[in-house]
Structure formats: structure tokens, C-alpha cells
Design a protein around this ligand. Structure first.
Ligand code: SF4
Length: 381
């Protein structure tokens, strides 16, 4: 069976999407918090290779859909037989991905990897997207990551051509729209470029997902980070604002800066406070805010700002009003993957609760507590 290349990373919303590797790694690879592609060289794959991969993906789709019974369900016996007859791990991996897309993903989306496919020349990207729409006419979403500077290098006309070809969704890691914080994290583009990129995507009528990373400016820039980011996000007013709480990863430049005292990491609550201020300052936006990553302490920060802003703020205030011990229990339970709301603390098993209480009692100062939380949370990214 012919196979295709796919990479490791994709936004959480694409867990059931087809994943197609169009470029490899990240062309910037210098953000001070990011360790995803460290030591990996950026490459664009030859278009011919990517087109072959799309054809292979489509062949696998046909094989999988041939196992659909007249009642619309999959014949799992024959599917399993075919799966276990495949010769290599790579074949099984590709087959499983296409099956996952067909069975659980509603045959809805494909995500073009890796870290910044918008860096590719427009005509090459159009060829790829056109082949995808030809082979997968059922797709509703063709999505890619795009850095603000790469998007800026394309004209609105080019973006419209891409949209007309089928590329209709962009995920962009702005992380912050505060100029000083952009420098701290070494993002490599400016607030002006973020604004230009966002407005260009809007004009091209692409669906925009912008990521915000509360806490990435540290304690010193926290207030500004929330305020300035909300200001620019309101101007762009993207369809989605996705929250990715900053978590200091051991070995990253920000980790070293924190050790050297040139960066002061926010506490767990400090980041939630910054997020609250961000949501508060978004008044007037109609974006949908979503906390769709396990790294976020509060998973129910979600809703249209014009309809749910007050509810979201109340939910966050409920968290802040928890007694100190209950709050610690929840923080740790969340970081241990035990639960997602302090309201469900009663669902913990006695041994989980004993484990949490033991850890709380053995940590005797705030610094050690934050260190403990960070040690678990940083494993989530
Ligand atoms: S642009 Fe994205 S993938 Fe590249 S280094 Fe920055 S955060 Fe990591």
C-alpha cells in the first residue's frame, strides 16, 4: 500500500483530521518558549512528493470506504482483517489516520503540516490545495498554521486565490499582541504585522484562529499583555481566539532567563488573572474564545464574547473565590489529569485524594508549590 508523510504536531481541533506534511519543522524556530522543532532543520517538501502523498491518501480513503455496509456502518471485521494484513507500521499508521478521519472526524478536515505552511510560495500551495479538493471533495476545512510575517508577505489577492482553491482556515500563534512581550518571547514579528496579517485574512474571508498565551510576558508584563492583546484581537475580531497558557519548559531560553532573573514567571493564579483581564478587555468583540488545550487550568473559558463574556468572568471569579486548600486540590487534580472542575472533587477516588492531600501537606511554601505545579503542567506540552 502506498503511504504518505505526516508530522507530529497539529492544533487540538485537528485530532480527527487528515494530517499531511507539506513542509517540515519551523522556518523560524527561535521562539523563546518553544521546543517543538529545536534541532530540526526546516525544509519544504517537493510539490510532486506532496501530490503523490495526496493520491496515496485518497487510495487509502477508497479502501476504507469500501468497508461501509448498506446501513452506513463500517464492517469492522473486514476492516480489521485489512488493517492486520498491512505489512509495515507506516502503512498501519496511515490507514488508521484515514479511518479515524472517516469514522470519527466526519470526513471534515485536513491540516497541512508542519509549523508554518504559509511560508510556501502561493502557486505551489495552490497546486497542493487543488489536488486535495479534487481527491477529497467532501472536505469542509483545509487548514494550516501561518505565522503573521509569512501571511503579510502574501497579497490579499494571493490569499483570496488560496481561499478560492480551498484553503479556508488559518491557525496563527500570535501568543501576544503586546510589542514588549513579542520581544521577550522572540516571536520574530511585530504587532503591526499581526494586525496586517489578521486584516488580510479577514479580507480574504478565511476562518481565523488566533492563539493567545497568558503569562508569556511574565509578572512584569502581565497587565500590559492582557490589555494590548485584547486591543489588537478586538480590531481583528477573528472567528476564534484559542487559549494556550504559557508554561515554562525546562531547557527553553525563557527557562534560562527565569533562572538568571531576567524573566519572572507568573504563578498559576497570575496567569488565570491575566486571562481574566484579557476576557474583560475583549468587550465589544464577537469572537468565540475557547480553552481547547489541556495546558489551560480552566477548561470552561469558552463562548462568544458578545454573548458569554459575563458568564466566563463569573466562572473565573468562582475559581478565585475558592478557599486556598480547595484551590490547591483542584490545581493539582487538574495537572494530574484527574478532573477538569473543582465542582467534581467528590468524584476523585480516596487514593487520588490521599495522594493530592499528601502532596499539598508536604509542600510548605508558595515557591515550592508553584514548582510542583509547573513540573506536572510542563509535561503536558
Ligand atoms: S513559530 Fe511556532 S513552531 Fe516556530 S518556534 Fe515559534 S512557536 Fe515554535
Amino acid at each position: 500500500m502506498n503511504t504518505f508523510e505526516s508530522g507530529v504536531y497539529r492544533p487540538p481541533m485537528h485530532s480527527f483530521s487528515l494530517l499531511l506534511r507539506v513542509t517540515e519543522n519551523c522556518p523560524w524556530n527561535k521562539c523563546n518558549f518553544c521546543m517543538l522543532y529545536r534541532g530540526c532543520q526546516f525544509k519544504t517538501r517537493p510539490v510532486e512528493d506532496v501530490l503523490k502523498d495526496i493520491d496515496s491518501m485518497a487510495e487509502i480513503k477508497e479502501r476504507i470506504l469500501s468497508h461501509v455496509l448498506p446501513n452506513g456502518e463500517f464492517d469492522t471485521v473486514s476492516l480489521n482483517k485489512e488493517y492486520f494484513s498491512l505489512k509495515t507500521d507506516k502503512e498501519r499508521e496511515c490507514y488508521a489516520m484515514v479511518f479515524n478521519w472517516a469514522a470519527n472526524g466526519n470526513m471534515e478536515a485536513i491540516f497541512l503540516q508542519d509549523g508554518n505552511t504559509m511560508v510556501l510560495q502561493t502557486e505551489k500551495l495552490i497546486k497542493i490545495v487543488e489536488r486535495i479538493t479534487q481527491k477529497f471533495p467532501e472536505l469542509k476545512i483545509i487548514a494550516s498554521y501561518g505565522r503573521a510575517d509569512s501571511i503579510c508577505r502574501k497579497s490579499v489577492e494571493e490569499l483570496k486565490e488560496l481561499k478560492d482553491a480551498g484553503l479556508n482556515m488559518i491557525h496563527s500563534g500570535f501568543e501576544t499582541c503586546c510589542g514588549e512581550t513579542l520581544k521577550v518571547i522572540n516571536k520574530g514579528f511585530s504587532v503591526q504585522q499581526e494586525l496586517e496579517a489578521g486584516l488580510k485574512l479577514k479580507e480574504a474571508q478565511m476562518t481565523i484562529n488566533l492563539f493567545y498565551m497568558p503569562g508569556n510576558g511574565g509578572i512584569d508584563l502581565s497587565d500590559k499583555n492582557a490589555f494590548e492583546t485584547a486591543k489588537v484581537m478586538k480590531q481583528i475580531n477573528p472567528e476564534f481566539i484559542r487559549i494556550r497558557t504559557f508554561m515554562m519548559k525546562e531547557g527553553s531560553p525563557l527557562y534560562e532567563m527565569n533562572n538568571a532573573g531576567t524573566f519572572r514567571n507568573c504563578t498559576e493564579d497570575g496567569k488565570v488573572r491575566e486571562l481574566r483581564s484579557f476576557i474583560d478587555n475583549l468587550e465589544g468583540s464577537t469572537s468565540y474564545v475557547i480553552s481547547d488545550h489541556i495546558i489551560n487550568l480552566l477548561p470552561y473559558v469558552e463562548g462568544y464574547i458578545d454573548k458569554s463574556r459575563e458568564d466566563i468572568l463569573n466562572y473565573m471569579d468562582e475559581y478565585f473565590a475558592l478557599p486556598v486548600y480547595e484551590k490547591k486540590r483542584f490545581q493539582l487534580a487538574r495537572r494530574l489529569y484527574y478532573l477538569d472542575s473543582w465542582k467534581n472533587i467528590d468524584y476523585l477516588t480516596q487514593s487520588q485524594l490521599n495522594n493530592i492531600d499528601f502532596m499539598i501537606k508536604s509542600v510548605n511554601n508558595d515557591y515550592a508549590w508553584e514548582k510542583l505545579i509547573l513540573s506536572y503542567a510542563s509535561k503536558m506540552i
